[in-house]
Design a protein around this ligand. Structure first.
Ligand SMILES: [Fe+2]
Ligand SMILES: [Fe+2]
Length: 186
């Protein structure tokens, strides 16, 4: 009897994990379909060398924010441009430096205030951004940026970014860190 109940519970648990895995794969597929150019770019992959919070790299962080943004728009049935949502999420922290390592010229003391502008400048140099994508990058640190997001996509990414950052800061969301990525590259 107890064994049968255990088997049932295990099967139910396996079903839950399978559904989670399927959702993860589907979101990953959407990201790959919407931003193949970004995912393959040198600078995007350079973000694997910079830490965001805890041992999470900026690259892993923006991938998580993109997945959470898709999840949020699906769960809340928010109609929005999926492509712009994903591309904006992937580029929202495109500042391309490690804000934990101060250098003489840029001490990164006010990183929280300035990095959306730096990310927007870097992203604009490489990609032809839409107004929504610009809004996502520029306003994602609201309320620090004072002016609130101006479109649904920017609100979603702002919320997903805060949620991911909180989990990373509390070490509830762990990354592989920079060292493993460097080893992987050989
Ligand atoms: Fe940010
Ligand atoms: Fe972020």
């Amino acid at each position: 009897m107890a064994e049968r109940r255990l088997r049932q519970r295990t099967r139910r648990q396996a079903g839950i994990w399978q559904r989670k895995l399927n959702r993860y794969r589907e979101r990953q597929r959407q990201i790959e379909a919407s931003a193949p150019d970004i995912l393959r770019s040198k600078n995007f992959n350079r973000m694997k060398e910079y830490i965001q919070h805890g041992d999470m790299t900026v690259n892993s962080h923006v991938m998580d924010v993109a997945r959470y943004s898709i999840a949020l728009s699906e769960k809340l049935h928010i109609h929005c441009s999926r492509r712009e949502l994903i591309r904006g999420a992937l580029l929202h922290d495109y500042f391309l430096y490690d804000w934990h390592i101060p250098d003489y010229e840029n001490p990164h003391r006010l990183h929280g205030f300035y990095h959306p502008g730096v990310a927007l400048r870097n992203a604009s140099q490489e990609y032809c951004l839409t107004e929504r994508e610009k809004d996502i990058i520029r306003k994602h640190m609201w309320p620090l940026t004072v002016v609130p997001p101006g479109c649904r996509e920017a609100w979603i990414v702002t919320a997903a970014d805060k949620w991911c950052s909180l989990l990373e800061t509390l070490h509830m969301h762990r990354g592989h860190g920079v060292i493993l990525d460097k080893l992987k590259e050989g």
